[in-house]
Design a protein around this ligand. Sequence first.
Ligand SMILES: C[S@@+](CC[C@H](N)C(=O)[O-])C[C@H]1O[C@@H](n2cnc3c(N)ncnc32)[C@H](O)[C@@H]1O
Length: 568
Amino acid sequence: MVNLETTSQIVDLADKLDQSCQLEVNSDPTKKSSAKKKKNKKKSGEVEPLNPFYEKALRHYPIQLKNTKAKGRHAVAAENLKEGTVLCTEQATAFVVRSDFIDQQCHVCLDDLEGEKLMCSDCNKAFYCSKTCMENDDLHPVICGPISQVDAIGRSTDVDSDLLRLMTILMACKERDEKSGRKWTGDGEIQHTPYWCVDELVSHRDLTEPAFINVVTEASQRLLYEMPESIHIPVEEMVTLACRINSNAHGLGDNQSRNTDAALGIFPLCASFYNHGCNPNATFVGLPNGELSIRTIRPVSKDEELVMSYIDLYCDRDERRQELLATKHFWCKCKRCTGPIEKSVDRFLHGIVCKQCTNDVYVIPPTPMEILVKGQSNLHVSTKPFKCASCGHETACEEVRQLLENADRSYAEGMSAIRQYRDYNRGAKKLELLTKSGCTKSGELHTLNSIRFNSYIPLMNCKRRAGDLKGAIEVNKSILAMMEQYSDIGLLPGNTSEVSDFWQNLGELCTEMASDTQKRSIVLEKKWLKEARSAFSNALLVRGIVFGKNHPKTKAIEKLITTLTSSL
Ligand SMILES: C[S@@+](CC[C@H](N)C(=O)[O-])C[C@H]1O[C@@H](n2cnc3c(N)ncnc32)[C@H](O)[C@@H]1O
């Protein structure tokens, strides 16, 4: 969380946040003179035109690029788009394989490293699937020395060593691009996006915690000692680069598991034009070769802004804004966050059912930025009663506060039983209470309340671990039903990787159930296998839209369906 001590600093931060969209998007990559820059600058309130490189680099996609005072750089649909349309595919300026996967993925093509692998014997930190990939890593000889030291520097300065490695590689990219003297016009095919685009990304350095700036400054000074002079840049620039990485880097999955990032890359084209929206119409997709794609996840009308989510969306407005402030350093101004809360379905996510009409919920007014940056929210500081959105019935804010705090406590107790004590039965009991009814008799969590939704997921895992497969299947179905409800009321998209994961999970649970019943009844076994196939088919449908038909995650589901069909 942003850490501030005095009110004037907080007001200052709020001001800075207000301007943050336009802070750093106007630097000119082709290094025009400042006189020319001034000439280009339009009347006050307007922004400079975009570098033509971007238009050319993205010319094959059905998008129109814009730069406005309100939204900074962004992209809109150039025509009506179907779900599953590719909006951009980009090769990273640079990426690093994360430390936990360092010897499991090739550092050039990101292929899984099974069996024999090649390693740089000087630093012991670079791994490849083949001699060709090793030879293609033209930057490694330049940075082998500093790369061998990043773990030690990271440990002693408390800076993530993956961040230090990515900074080092990017500095080498900068030097390589500058030395090549290549003009980046965007004509012809570009391979990886040139380094100067990284310098155009927002850094939000002025909003970054001073403690982070301090440790990165120290680590940068140490790293410079290890680097060849040819790639040196001033420490200050290194710190800004670290902030840019923090605000813009993107994880790449390992193709097998569902939610693990095996690599971390900088994709300036994707990062420059796709703003965050809490009800996104597009999503990022990591491709197996380390490229990043953006795809629509629902039909989009011409001129509609294309937005994707940077965070978990199954939480209320204050929580989402707080998360974006803390991790991405901006105040969310998306449609979902700026509409009147009493008319927005967003109110249900913190909803306590109205005691009078029982049709709607008490509205907690969204917390202003000045309060949220202090780590507080209207739920906790409000003194006025909260009103029902439909009938206007008022209830004391303490009552709603108490109910939501009780629910939070039950959730925390359930999670602690699971995590600390591995007591899945006690954990399940606590969480089940939240999913079934409310937390006390005097009020109820609304069926769409996010605490309720977030309790279902660990509850399903508890049941699975406790061997209650049937219970786990029921809970998994409830999760999918709730996701469908969120989608039906227009709160969240229906096609997301999470939705496809829960369909896949349901298929896996039903397959387990089938093998459990195999010995007792062939009829039952077949019934469960059919249920599994139907769940996998739904997963396949969603994966095809979100990831594309040829993505390994989609292909993996196809394979599961073929195997099941042959045993039916
Ligand atoms: C990855 S960049 C997106 C492109 C950005 N508009 C630009 O001009 O470079 C992310 C930054 O855009 C701004 N931004 C993106 N989504 C936003 C939103 N929903 N509300 C306010 N600012 C947003 C923030 O400054 C954020 O750090």
